[in-house]
Structures are given as structure tokens and as C-alpha cells.
Design a protein around this ligand. Structure first.
Ligand code: BDR
Ligand code: CA
Length: 307
């Protein structure tokens, strides 16, 4: 199994990614850190704890992180309702608590303690990872790869936003991460908007007749409503796709590029801009996913929910 540290802001799609990480025998979940993003930190932390306890994974440590982006006021995501996980009234409050340590110190300690470099999966704004780089630069060499759900590059078809939320929420943190020299795989809207929950996926979910199947179904009903209203399509499995790449990296095709992030545009701050041809004269600093096999992704996701 691949040991991972998972930084997230649950969030319905983060929640499903968490479920997958816990259930996959190919993943060893060493710890979960939370950030502000889809909701305030207090709520994303409580959601992470509720999910883990519900899954019987109370032994997985959770460390709460940044309450706001590094250099901007907090902007909350809009797809998940005020609690960050609306639509799951019967998911009980957690009895477990986060560890005392701040996420940034927790991550650094886990990286230092590991004999081998570790994979970090991040599915929220990069506040924690950015701050960790500033505070604990010695652990950078212990990050094997950062798989991050964020960014948008090609802006094809229905993707009309100049910025993706995780990038938009904390672009300064993203800049720190991009400039850090870490091996980064960016899983942006270009691929995550290709893995949508539509009728066939609901039909498949309905065949999973377990409390977990029902919980995920109810999460998606809520999550989808806001997606459909704002974008006209079903719920995108953004964060589950990023997590799935730990299990099967061949689900996407990737290419290297130099990625810049706009920090000053009035309407485009947080926009991620790829240079494939070295025209800016800067070295490639990330790989970006540009194509996904949606069918194989959904098979993996449903197999994990069903098992
Ligand atoms: C990202 O933003 C959040 O709303 C989702 O959880 C996902 O991580 C998609 O833009
Ligand atoms: Ca997220």
C-alpha cells in the first residue's frame, strides 16, 4: 500500500475521496489535515472527524490547519452548503478530537519520521502546504509527490471559469508550492469536469444497498443540486479523481509544463497558466493531467464503495 498524508476541506467530494482512501487496500492513510475552503476550518475539521469515525477509522489522526488563506480574506466554496457537508443529517457528531498539533507541524513531523519520502494528496486550497514550506523547508525532500486537485488550463467546453476554487481561494499559497521544487501533479478542472455524476452513476449507486452507499447517495443529491444550478451539469468528482491517482496513476494522461499563477489580475487572480514550450524561459515545475478515462475511474470508485 502507498502511505499518504491527506490534506482536505470536506466538502462532499473531499468526503468521498476520504472514504476511498480509507477503503482502498492500495492506500495507507497516515493522517488527515484540514484547511479552510469549502467551509470554515472548524466545520471542515468536524466533517473529517465525523466521516472517519463513521467509517470506523477513529485511529487515523486528524490535525486542523489554517483558518484562512495566507494573504487574502477567506472566501468559502459554495457547492457544499453552510456545514460543508449538507445533506447528511444522520451522520452523527464525532466523539473523537483532532490532535493538539497544528496541521503544518503535524505534516512536517510525519514527513520527518518516515524513512521513505511520502505522497501528499491535497484536495483543498494550499494554505497548509504553503505554510509548511515556509516553516519547515527541511521536509521538502521527504515529499515524493504532491497530488493536488486544483487549477484549470484548457478551459474547454462547459468550463467557463477563469479560475478553479482551490487556486482562487489561496493563490499565494499555490505560488509558494509551485516555486518550491516539489514534484507536483495537478489534477484540474480539465479532467475533473469529465467525471460527472449523472443518471448512469446514480443508477449504479442505487445498487449499493449499504448504509455507506445510502450516505454517499444523499451527499451527492445535495452536491449535485448546486452544481446543476450553477454549471448545468451533474456533480463533478474532483477530489475523488485526485485520490484515485494514488491507486491507479494510469487513469489520466499527464504532461510537464511551467505553471504560473496570476496574483494581481482583478478578474483573473488565481488563474493557472501553463507554458509547455518554455516560452517564459522557466523550468517545468509540475505535470498537469489533461485526459482521463472516466469509465475506469468510476469503476474504481464504485468498487471501493461496494466492497
Ligand atoms: C474544488 O473546490 C471544492 O469545492 C471541491 O472540494 C474541490 O476540491 C473544485 O474546484
Ligand atoms: Ca476540496
Amino acid at each position: 500500500a502507498t502511505p499518504i498524508l491527506f490534506d482536505c476541506d470536506p466538502g462532499h467530494d473531499d468526503a468521498i475521496a476520504l472514504v476511498m482512501a480509507h477503503r482502498s487496500p492500495a492506500v495507507e492513510l497516515l493522517g488527515v489535515t484540514t484547511t479552510c475552503g469549502n467551509a470554515e476550518l472548524e466545520k471542515t475539521t468536524s466533517n473529517a472527524l465525523r466521516i472517519l469515525e463513521y467509517l470506523g477509522a477513529s485511529n487515523v489522526p486528524v490535525a486542523a490547519g489554517c483558518v484562512r488563506p495566507l494573504a487574502r480574506p477567506l472566501v468559502l466554496g459554495t457547492a457544499d452548503g453552510p456545514s460543508g457537508l449538507d445533506g447528511s443529517p444522520y451522520l452523527p457528531e464525532a466523539t473523537i478530537k483532532p490532535v493538539e498539533q497544528h496541521a503544518v507541524d503535524f505534516l512536517a513531523d510525519k514527513l520527518r519520521a518516515s524513512a521513505e519520502p511520502l505522497t501528499v494528496v491535497a484536495t483543498g486550497p494550499l494554505c497548509n502546504i504553503g505554510l509548511m514550506i515556509l516553516k519547515h523547508p527541511d521536509v521538502l525532500s521527504k515529499i515524493k509527490q504532491l497530488i493536488w486537485m486544483g487549477g484549470v488550463f484548457f478551459r474547454k467546453s462547459e468550463i467557463i471559469t477563469p479560475t478553479e476554487f482551490n487556486a482562487f481561494c489561496d493563490p499565494e499559497a499555490l505560488k509558494i508550492v509551485l516555486d518550491s521544487g516539489i514534484d507536483i501533479l495537478m489534477v484540474g478542472l480539465d479532467v475533473t469536469m469529465q467525471v460527472l455524476i449523472e443518471k448512469p452513476q446514480y443508477d449504479e449507486l442505487a445498487t449499493i444497498d449499504t448504509p455507506l452507499g445510502k450516505l454517499v447517495h444523499d451527499w451527492l443529491l445535495f452536491y449535485e443540486k448546486l452544481h446543476r444550478n450553477s454549471m448545468g451539469v451533474g456533480g463533478a468528482m474532483h477530489d475523488p479523481l485526485a485520490l484515485a491517482l494514488v491507486i491507479d496513476p494510469t487513469l489520466v494522461k499527464t504532461r510537464p509544463a511551467h505553471i504560473g499563477v496570476d496574483l494581481s489580475g482583478s478578474y483573473t487572480f488565481g488563474a493557472t497558466v501553463a507554458d509547455y514550450w518554455g516560452e517564459r524561459g522557466e523550468k517545468d515545475n509540475a505535470r498537469i493531467a489533461y485526459e482521463v478515462n472516466a469509465e475506469r475511474f468510476f469503476k474504481l470508485m464504485f468498487d471501493l464503495l461496494r466492497k
